[in-house]
Design a protein around this ligand. Structure first.
Ligand SMILES: CC(C)(COP(=O)(O)OP(=O)(O)OC[C@H]1O[C@@H](n2cnc3c(N)ncnc32)[C@H](O)[C@@H]1OP(=O)(O)O)[C@@H](O)C(=O)NCCC(=O)NCCS
Length: 214
């Protein structure tokens, strides 16, 4: 891990069972718990206030997390922070999905297991209840979540916890090949290898389920 900086003597703290991509940047009063996944180019900048990312959370590629002077940036257990989201001096409760490219402003609170849709703007100090979906700019509560949506969220989060473990085990810096090798494997989210034929079958089923041409 190279991009780790102390700030005023405060050194980021990363649990040994967390995966932090080497291109992520961690500065100052940052705490990353066990089984967390911190993606490529994420920036966790604890130079104003504390940043706490609790066990099993993921902060995906390109996210920015910054503590404010009035509120730490807190991501409780099993948080799922989608690509390029901005988490600013706010409190994300357990099991929340923050959709990609969303902005969560200072003093906001997102209640447990809620979903913030992609590209949502959550205003300063907005208090979102548990198990709802919020969307839009500015964000509004759209509806309650179903039991199935909450269950699916837990499964998606576990995929990222497994990814953290696999990244620690199998990710290596490499040199790009000039061309793909014959019979190249494809990978599933759980790390199992599949053939092109199997992949095409899965893709066709997924498109058909949405009424798209196959
Ligand atoms: C919100 C979301 C969960 C889908 O919820 P859904 O209720 O199943 O959504 P649907 O696709 O059935 O659409 C329902 C309505 O919400 C609207 N909607 C969907 N996504 C939206 C979004 N991101 N912002 C605003 N409105 C959205 C749809 O336009 C639709 O509106 P309509 O009823 O007026 O036509 C999904 O669009 C989303 O944003 N997921 C975030 C995924 C993500 O970022 N993951 C992190 C990376 S792993």
């Amino acid at each position: 891990m190279v991009n780790v900086y102390s700030f005023n003597g405060l050194v980021p703290v990363v649990h040994p069972d967390a995966y932090v991509h080497p291109s992520a940047v961690l500065i100052g009063d940052v705490h990353v718990g066990p089984r967390c996944y911190i993606g490529p180019c994420a920036s966790l900048r604890g130079d104003f206030g504390r940043i706490v990312v609790k066990a099993g959370s993921n902060v995906q590629d390109g996210c920015v997390v910054h503590g404010g002077s009035k509120q730490d940036a807190i991501i409780e257990e099993n948080g799922h922070i989608g690509h390029c989201a901005v988490i600013h001096g706010c409190h994300i409760a357990t099991g929340v999905l923050i959709g990609m490219n969303s902005v969560i402003m200072d003093l906001a609170y997102i209640g447990a297991s809620s979903i913030v849709a992609a590209n949502t703007f959550v205003k300063i100090a907005m208090q979102v209840p548990p198990r709802v979906m919020v969307a839009g700019n500015p964000a509004k509560v759209v509806r309650d979540l179903t039991e199935k949506e909450v269950t699916n969220r837990i499964a998606a989060n576990l995929n990222y916890q497994r990814l953290a473990a696999r990244s620690l085990a199998v990710m290596q810096e490499a040199t790009a090949l000039p061309a793909a090798e014959p019979g190249r494997r494809r990978m599933q989210m759980d790390g199992t290898a599949i053939t092109d034929e199997k992949f095409n079958e899965i893709t066709r089923a997924s498109r058909a389920a949405r009424g798209l041409p196959v």
